[in-house]
Design a protein around this ligand. Structure first.
Ligand code: ADP
Ligand code: MG
Length: 146
């Protein structure tokens, strides 16, 4: 069940937002749920189908990485009304990304994947930020302009 009452804190500004939805990310079905939840929120706000598809594809890739590379974590969706963005935060407490520019390069993978998820997601989102360290895990914030 999504937790609708817990707040998320913006990593940079420390502003607090109440999520529209919040999910654990542990199994494939959680990725589908994250993708569908974002798509529904965007459609409800009149975002065009092509942009909904692009952004929810980015969400799928990043959510899948949380499971495959980060050992599981969580995902939340919230509105940044001041800026007019729908934002998502995916986080895990895994081993972190040692070299972010390298990880963003198409074709780079440490797990026998296609290596196009991270770079692809960055191109598909309007806002894309990575915070990652070996002891703190990985947090990726993505946004789409409404
Ligand atoms: N949440 C994460 N935790 C640790 N490493 C990650 C995470 N997400 C991505 N990476 C690293 O970045 C690489 C590139 O990711 P991606 O482009 O999605 O390719 P793929 O998932 O096919 O390996 C991964 O192989 C992995 O080394
Ligand atoms: Mg991937």
């Amino acid at each position: 069940m999504p937790c609708r009452s817990c707040e998320v804190t913006d990593l940079k500004t420390q502003e607090r937002f109440t999520p529209l939805a919040r999910f654990p990310l542990h199994v494939s079905r959680d990725v589908v749920q994250a993708r569908q939840s974002v798509a529904r929120e965007l459609r409800d706000r009149g975002v065009s189908n092509i942009r909904v598809t692009r952004f929810s594809t980015a969400v799928s890739e990043i959510a899948r990485n949380v499971i495959v590379h980060g050992g599981g974590g969580e995902f939340s969706v919230y509105l940044d009304p001041a800026a007019g963005y729908l934002m998502t935060v995916s986080s895990d407490k895994g081993r972190g990304i040692a070299d972010i520019p390298q990880a963003l390069t198409d074709g780079f993978t440490t797990a026998g994947g296609l290596g196009r998820g991270l770079g692809g997601a960055k191109r598909l989102a309007d806002v894309f930020e990575i915070i990652s360290s070996a002891d703190g895990g990985t947090t990726i914030k993505m946004g789409i302009k409404l």
